[in-house]
Ligand binder design. Structure first.
Ligand SMILES: NC(=O)c1ccc[n+]([C@@H]2O[C@H](COP(=O)([O-])OP(=O)(O)OC[C@H]3O[C@@H](n4cnc5c(N)ncnc54)[C@H](OP(=O)(O)O)[C@@H]3O)[C@@H](O)[C@H]2O)c1
Length: 385
């Protein structure tokens, strides 16, 4: 029902019943005038409509103040559901990572089936973990579940937290040589004294499931813009920024020609995200902890991607009205998880925004699966040459 229909069906008959047809109609006409002549939100205009009746002399004289207040409350509750849907329409479009991840997952399940029919085996990821960091343990379990549910294989290589660098690199080197392993991921954090760069460099680039090897990072940095055939190909990109790009694409956001601002320059999220956006023809600005003032740069963004690790750092006044906001942050605040963007405030300004949880985080896992499937396809093709 529209607001006009509610007034016609519920409020007008009540006024006609209480004050007669002529006065009832006159009250509605005067209240409608108050509605149209009020500036502000739909809620403010509806309040002007109801108050014009509630405080009318004829109404107070007949009903008294108390009954008039009760009637007005009832009309507000009748109109509230309509107003809430209006408010929702005024706030940002929520980019639902869970729904998009499910779409990607279904595509992967179909592609894995075809791959297996064609080549006689399903792709396999090997996950290497040194130590028992609880977050890594549960992330590992999640990877296992999602790979196995999609028809792929998962093998775990657990090493003690006391392992040294050579022992970890040994495991990686063996996995590099195993034909049945198509993707390798070394979980972080690694024990403190281990040089993570050396471990990442030890993963064969073709099997580097999360795109952390410097050769893959370099290839991404040197890759041609989309639509231009360059020499750089067959590289793997970290799953999290790949998921951010996938969300933009699936949501139909125009990247070409947009001003994209990326906050955070880590090798795993911010930096590769900036290269992906540039590859898709955005003009990219990078921000980090030395950017001052941060808001003056972020306010210029048509597409704002944030990967900082500071709860709700990005406030509404740092966002251009109508901007698309991709929040990679995942931070504990009290007993709930929040992003790097103040979701409740920013959604009132932005044109589209990813929630936390249920945004970019949901995409990471499926992009990891897609990477391993792609890696397996390239490995099969290479063996045939
Ligand atoms: N969605 C996912 O699947 C996923 C995956 C990975 C990470 N994450 C989340 O993404 C967030 C970032 O992770 P990360 O690994 O990229 O973090 P990181 O390696 O700690 O990098 C943080 C980046 O943010 C910058 N920064 C810190 N404080 C800042 C400030 N006040 N203003 C502007 N820039 C600031 C840092 O600048 P400097 O370079 O100057 O130090 C750095 O470049 C975390 O919340 C993490 O949990 C999510």
């Amino acid at each position: 029902m529209s607001i006009e229909e509610i007034i016609e069906a519920k409020i007008k008959p009540r006024l006609v019943e209480a004050f007669g047809r002529q006065t009832g109609n006159a009250l509605i006409t005067e209240a409608t005038l108050a509605y149209v002549s009020t500036d502000g939100s739909e809620g403010e205009r509806v309040a002007a409509f109801i108050n014009a009746i509630r405080f009318d002399e004829r109404v107070i004289n007949t009903w008294g103040d108390e009954v008039a207040a009760v009637e007005a409350d009832e009309w507000f509750s009748l109109l509230r559901p309509y107003l809430e849907s209006e408010e929702e329409a005024e706030s940002a479009r929520i980019l639902d990572g869970r729904a998009m991840a499910e779409e990607v997952r279904e595509e992967i399940v179909a592609a894995v089936g075809e791959f297996e029919d064609k080549h006689g085996f399903a792709p396999t990821i090997a996950v290497v973990r040194a130590g028992d960091d609880p977050a890594s343990v549960s992330y590992g379990k999640m990877i296992r579940r999602s790979f196995e549910d999609a028809g792929m294989h998962f093998v775990l290589h657990e090493l003690p937290g006391t392992s040294d660098q050579d022992q970890i690199i040994d495991v990686v080197t063996r996995l590099n040589a195993q034909r049945n392993i198509n993707g390798i991921m070394v979980q972080e954090p690694l024990p403190r004294e281990i040089d993570d760069i050396a471990v990442k460099a030890a993963i064969r680039p073709e099997k580097d499931a999360d795109g952390v090897n410097p050769i893959n990072a370099g290839r991404l940095a040197q890759a041609d813009p989309v639509g231009r055939q360059g020499a750089v190909k067959d590289y793997l990109v970290p799953a999290t920024p790949l998921g951010g790009l996938e969300m933009l694409t699936r949501a139909g956001i125009t990247i070409d020609g947009a001003h994209a601002v990326v906050v955070g320059r880590s090798n795993i999220v911010g930096r590769p995200m900036s290269f992906l956006l540039m590859q898709h023809h955005a003009t990219v600005s990078m921000c980090h902890s030395h950017t001052r003032p941060l808001g003056s740069v972020t306010r210029g963004a048509d597409i704002l991607c944030v990967a900082v690790g500071v709860a709700e750092l990005i406030k509404a006044d740092m966002v251009k009205p109508g901007a698309v906001v991709i929040d990679f942050g995942f931070n504990k605040k009290g007993d709930k998880w929040v992003g790097d963007v103040d979701f409740d405030e920013v959604k009132k300004v932005a044109g589209a925004i990813t929630p936390v949880p249920g945004g970019t985080g949901s995409m990471t896992n499926v992009m990891l699966m897609r990477n391993v499937l792609e890696a397996a396809e390239r490995q099969v093709q290479r063996r045939r040459k």
